[in-house]
Ligand binder design. Structure first.
Ligand code: ADP
Length: 277
């Protein structure tokens, strides 16, 4: 679905933010991108969304290279939407309804079609009650929901989330995580930058590790988190489930399983099976 080939990106001041990145993302894949601050995750997203044009290399979407003119970028942004880390960088309309309508209106869709789409999206996100609220008076969690609604109203095939739960309380984090799960179930390809190892372990099909603008690995969560050298190099925490699993194995409480369970709940399930068999 997306092929990134030999991608370099250099900012105007000479900062090399990405170097020789090669990555293939399949339709429906759940990808977590991990790496320390300043490693190039946001820049990669901006390249995927056409906001930034690679200095070298190419990005193919469904086999076609991105075309960097008005029409090409409009088409690209219909397919690939980005939810920025800070919703204040994304929301600019006076009220929520206008905000969510902006994208589909800009596509030149009929007014009635736009209205229906906006209603559908607000209903699926349970934010109908916010429709007339000024966007700048919303809480952080509500702004995030509206920013996601903005993107969903475009019917994208891929959504890029830049640390979607950063700065959210646990209640709103859960709402956003649940919503992301629903998007994945509906067939949308989701790529998210995150520092949360527990979450990435449980959620991702594949984890991409970036450090200093270079792609170090793309592999299953178990293989990525099981690689101590890689984790150390990219400052990635070991997930709690893996720490507990290794302790249980070392203490001979359980025998090694084929692979480490991906969540504490799954580990508890394994332990219960062993003890109650
Ligand atoms: P991450 O999202 O992983 O924190 P970024 O993609 O934001 O990383 O940054 C990658 C590198 O590019 C960093 O060295 C950062 O300082 C630099 N950078 C980001 N934005 C700009 C910019 N507008 N101009 C110059 N350098 C930038």
């Amino acid at each position: 679905m997306i092929e990134i080939k030999n991608l370099d990106f250099e900012y105007e001041d000479g900062t090399m933010a990405l170097q020789d990145v090669n990555l293939t993302i399949k339709k429906g894949e759940k990808i977590a991108i991990m790496g320390p601050n300043g490693s190039g995750k946001s820049t990669l997203f901006l390249c995927l969304n056409g906001v930034r044009k690679p200095t070298k290399g190419s990005i193919l979407v469904k086999g076609e290279p991105i075309i960097y003119n008005r029409k090409g970028l409009k088409q690209l942004r219909q397919k690939i939407g980005i939810v920025f880390q800070n919703p204040d960088n994304q929301l600019f309309s006076a009220d929520v309804f206008q905000e969510i309508s902006f994208g589909p209106m800009n596509l030149g869709l009929d007014k009635e079609v736009v209205r229906e789409r906006v209603e559908d999206v607000m209903s699926s996100l349970h934010i109908e009650h916010l429709r007339k609220r000024p966007t700048h008076f919303l809480s952080g969690g509500q702004k995030k929901q509206v920013a996601i609604a903005d993107i969903l109203a475009m019917n994208p095939e891929v959504i890029l989330f830049d640390e979607p739960t950063a700065a959210l309380d646990s209640y709103h984090s859960r709402i956003v995580s649940k919503l992301i799960d629903e998007l994945c179930e509906s067939g949308i390809t989701v790529i998210q930058a995150t520092h949360d190892s527990d979450y990435a372990m449980a959620w991702a099909d594949q984890i991409v590790v970036i450090s200093d603008g270079k792609l170090l690995a793309k592999d299953t969560p178990q293989n990525i988190f099981g690689n101590v050298e890689l984790r150390t190099k990219a400052y990635i925490e070991e997930p709690n489930v893996m720490k507990v699993y290794h302790s249980l194995c070392e203490a001979n409480v359980i025998d090694e399983l084929k692979e480490c369970p991906r969540s504490i709940e799954a580990l508890v399930g394994e332990v219960e099976t062993i003890f109650y068999m």
